[in-house]
Unconditional design. Structure first.
Length: 384
């Protein structure tokens, strides 16, 4: 195999593919990228056995057809430094990269040892959706899921529900839940749902960020895999064999206090008081006064205390409630709206964070049970 590289197309596809070639350390073959060069097209393939990717590059100058498995790390680093104007030549045992008077040789892996990748040829089409809409749903809907291997498995997975005209993406870690909905360009005649790991979802989001925002993404699935196809890239993610809990049953519309507030101003205030409790219990206290302002406080023994007051539209009953500040910030940063609506159901009920401009996002966070000493310290500070 001999390929001449005159532009950035192969480099771009290599960078998209290489993240998936991080398989188990016990398997050297999974740390490589399978390169096929035929009929002026180059295909790059990689897998970690749970996630697989294929990238097709058109109109490549192929001087000699063939296929080989290149080591990802060494070859990738050289390709990034050369960019273009070089040749790649591969035999059964080595790959050689030449650029002007420079030459780099790397050992290749035998192609027969590379696992067979899943194929979407017989998969069922679920929907077609714009890249920007799918990316937004992933960003807004998956951040509550764990990236570690958890049990039950749904805690480290995201549920994708296919409706006739929309797609929903939902995740939870047991303490909170995030949900995002997006319109489809084309839906399926049948409604269905699949469960896929958060790690795979994060990889999909990374790939979508490299595509044009109006690119059309096809989502397909079979009994074991979910496939995402668009712009000559196909990502397959192994489905999770578990059941996601009936999340719609836990979503309550009850509220005792509600508030509309500037999102960025709230983020800024929370990040200030977070300094106090970042290495302590991460708990902040929100004091909501109807027809008044929002007060936020934080206390950490042997560290200090902080108080912030800010403008907000508060209605309902007076409320003093505690939250994990990191979890609260994650929900606020998942969306880009200028203002948000927050609904509270007493000091122990769920808090619902939503956009004002749309109903396509929901974040549910359970409050923290506040220790008596925190409430006592705050009341004493209020008297002063």
């Amino acid at each position: 195999m001999r390929i001449k590289i005159d532009d950035q197309k192969l480099i771009r596809s290599w960078q998209i593919t290489e993240r998936t070639s991080r398989g188990p350390k016990t398997s050297a073959i999974l740390s490589g990228i399978y390169v096929k060069a035929y009929n002026n097209d180059v295909i790059l393939m990689a897998t970690d056995l749970k996630t697989s990717i294929k990238c097709l590059i058109h109109d490549v100058t192929i001087e000699e057809e063939g296929e080989s498995i290149f080591p990802t790390k060494g070859v990738g680093e050289i390709l990034k430094k050369l960019s273009h104007g070089f040749t790649i030549e591969a035999t059964n045992t080595k790959v050689t990269i030449r650029h002007e008077k420079n030459q780099f040789n790397f050992t290749t892996y035998p192609t027969e040892e590379f696992p067979k990748l899943p194929s979407s040829e017989s998969a069922k089409l679920a929907c077609r959706i714009k890249s920007k809409d799918l990316s937004r749903s992933i960003r807004e809907g998956s951040f509550t899921g764990s990236t570690n291997e958890e049990f039950p498995q749904y805690l480290s997975s995201a549920l994708i529900e296919f409706k006739r005209n929309s797609l929903k993406l939902i995740a939870t870690d047991g303490k909170r839940l995030s949900l995002s909905e997006a319109d489809l360009m084309e839906g399926s005649t049948e409604e269905d749902s699949i469960l896929i790991p958060i790690r795979g979802i994060n990889e999909l989001e990374r790939i979508l960020s490299t595509l044009d925002e109006d690119s059309l993404i096809e989502i397909l699935y079979d009994d074991s895999q979910c496939y995402f196809r668009g712009d000559d890239i196909e990502l397959s993610i192994r489905r999770v064999e578990s059941l996601f809990p009936p999340y719609d049953r836990i979503i309550s519309s009850d509220r005792t206090t509600w508030m509309t507030i500037d999102r960025q101003a709230l983020i800024d205030s929370l990040e200030k008081v977070e300094v106090i409790v970042r290495d302590f219990n991460k708990v902040i206290i929100m004091d909501l006064k109807p027809a008044g302002n929002l007060s936020i406080s934080a206390f950490a023994k042997n560290v200090g205390e902080g108080f912030v007051e800010m403008a907000a539209e508060v209605d309902g009953e007076p409320l003093k409630v505690g939250f994990n500040v990191a979890y609260l910030l994650q929900g606020l940063k998942a969306i880009g709206d200028s203002s948000v609506r927050m609904s509270f159901n007493g000091p122990h009920g769920q808090m619902r964070l939503q956009k004002i401009s749309s109903d396509n996002f929901l974040y549910i966070l359970m409050p923290v049970v506040l220790p008596e000493e925190l409430l006592g310290e705050e009341e004493e500070a209020d008297v002063v």
